[in-house]
Design a binder for this molecule. Structure first.
Ligand code: GLN
Length: 468
């Protein structure tokens, strides 16, 4: 089934509209919604040039690509031309990308047009976009609430219809949780499905690239364009993604009990149960499954990820690129002052935790232990997938929380990742599907998780439920 983006592309190709008109519209919408602070920069000049080139291609009778003229936004940790790549940090405030991320290149090769770069938690560390060095992004449904994060800006521009799709990165939930908070689809693909080349690394072992969109067919289309092996990212897998139009009858679906506890908002549990009811009505076989290891996954994640973060962020030393501190006398001072000025508090917290858990004497007690526990988590998933095709849970334990509500309490902030980090640590595909709202009108999302490489099935399942 064709989605919204397919329709747009048809209109561009048939001459009903033009790439320029779509880009101008998106830029206008970006201006109108400026107060949400979802975008850090616009790439207007380059976008309009590209639009004209695509319109000329069409006028010349040549094939303009599967995404001809479709405007999109990238999270500002993707290297992309037309504006600096800041990762929402002071460290990279003036960093102009020398190349573009593979994902961006692939989208452009099919005629899509990047119009701007979205706000995030600096270096993608966070779950609310409050850790941006450039100010907070507001939720699309209530400006007193957070956008979620770390890909908050990308979720908000999608929800506000600035663009039909936007790119994000997901290390522990950064696509799924903001998608849930803003009522849009957000896909975290199987680890290795889409190249990470040209994306600012957070934790290389769980970082993935994915997209936000308004319908499942659009997620399938954009994901399909981005997927595939890339020799510049040695962790990429040969392309296995093939969008599917139908889902098998009687899928075996497990509701993860350990993600439906009393700690989860009643409204979120009810919305999840309602979606489960609809799956049953559609003929699927649903039961409740135990996954006790879930309660230990945050502890694993907040050891393993900071360890990788501390290593990945070591490159920002004030010497090679990014911010260089002034008025220093020694090399040690240069490193210290540049890093102290260039990173936000959350970046520093993670560098400290990461250095600690990797230090000799503590390595075995923390890092190694966490990796062993991660293996147990993977085994628990494997076991469940022997008897189930798909698992379902809420995407987050709450709806969007208030701006400032959790900023003084990092542990409380980390708790909002409790549903999303398990799939990240196991490298599994997981999709946020909008599933209603709470009594104050804030969106609720459910998360569909499947075995590795079941991405197309998850999207098709979500799509089949749209029609019901
Ligand atoms: N909120 C999670 C964290 O702070 C996830 C971040 C992400 O996926 N980039 O680590």
């Amino acid at each position: 089934m064709a989605g919204y983006i397919d329709g747009l592309v048809q209109d561009v190709r048939s001459g009903k509209t033009t790439a320029r008109a779509l880009v101008e519209q998106a830029l206008e919408k970006a201006k109108e919604t400026e107060s949400y602070h979802a975008l850090l920069s616009l790439t207007a000049e380059r976008a309009l040039e590209r639009a004209d080139a695509i319109d000329q291609t069409i006028a010349g009778g040549k094939a303009p690509g599967r995404l001809a003229g479709v405007p999109f936004v990238v999270k500002d940790n993707f290297l992309a031309f037309g504006a600096p790549t800041t990762a929402a940090s002071k460290m990279l405030e003036h960093y102009d990308a020398p190349l573009q991320a593979t994902a961006v290149e692939k989208l452009e090769a099919e005629g899509a047009i990047c119009i701007g770069k979205a706000n995030l938690d600096a270096f993608a560390h966070g779950g609310s976009t409050e850790n941006s060095a450039y100010g907070v992004t507001m939720n699309a449904h209530d400006t007193t609430k957070v956008a979620g994060g770390s890909s908050g800006g990308s979720a908000v521009v999608t929800a506000l219809d600035v663009v039909p799709f936007a790119l994000g990165t997901d290390t522990g939930g950064s696509i799924r949780q903001p998608a849930s908070f803003n009522g849009v689809y957000g896909m975290k693909p199987t680890y290795g499905m889409i190249s990470r080349y040209g994306v600012v690394a957070m934790a290389s072992g769980t970082d993935v690239i994915g997209c936000f969109a308004k319908d499942a067919a659009d997620i399938a289309l954009v994901t399909d364009v981005m997927a595939g092996q890339d020799w510049r990212d040695m962790t990429t897998l040969p392309d296995f993604f093939a969008p599917q139009d139908t889902v098998p009858e009687k899928l075996r679906i497990g509701v993860v009990k350990d993600m439906m506890t009393d700690d989860v908002d009643a409204s979120v549990r009810q919305a999840t149960e309602a979606y489960v009811g609809r799956l049953e009505a559609a003929g699927h076989v649903v039961d409740y499954v135990d996954m006790p290891i879930v309660k230990h996954t945050l502890a694993m994640y907040y050891i393993i990820v900071p360890a990788e973060v501390s290593s990945n962020l070591a490159r920002y030393d004030g010497v090679r690129y990014g911010l260089r501190a002034e008025g220093v006398k020694t090399l040690a001072e240069l490193y210290g002052k540049s890093r102290s000025e260039g990173f936000v508090t959350e970046n520093k917290r993670r560098i400290m935790i990461g250095s600690f858990v990797l230090s000799s004497g503590y390595y075995d007690a923390y890092y190694n232990q966490a990796q062993k526990a991660r293996t147990l988590l993977i085994e628990a998933y494997n076991k469940l997938f022997e008897s189930h095709d798909v698992l379902i849970s809420p995407t987050a334990p709450t709806t969007a929380f208030g701006i400032g509500e959790n900023t003084d309490d990092p542990i409380k902030m980390y708790l909002s990742d409790v549903m999303t980090v398990p799939a990240s640590l196991a490298g599994l595909p997981a999709l946020n599907v909008p599933a209603g709202e709470d009594t104050s009108g804030l969106p609720i999302g459910v998360q569909l998780t499947g075995p590795q490489k079941s991405d197309a099935l998850l999207i098709a399942l979500a799509q089949s439920m749209e029609e019901k």
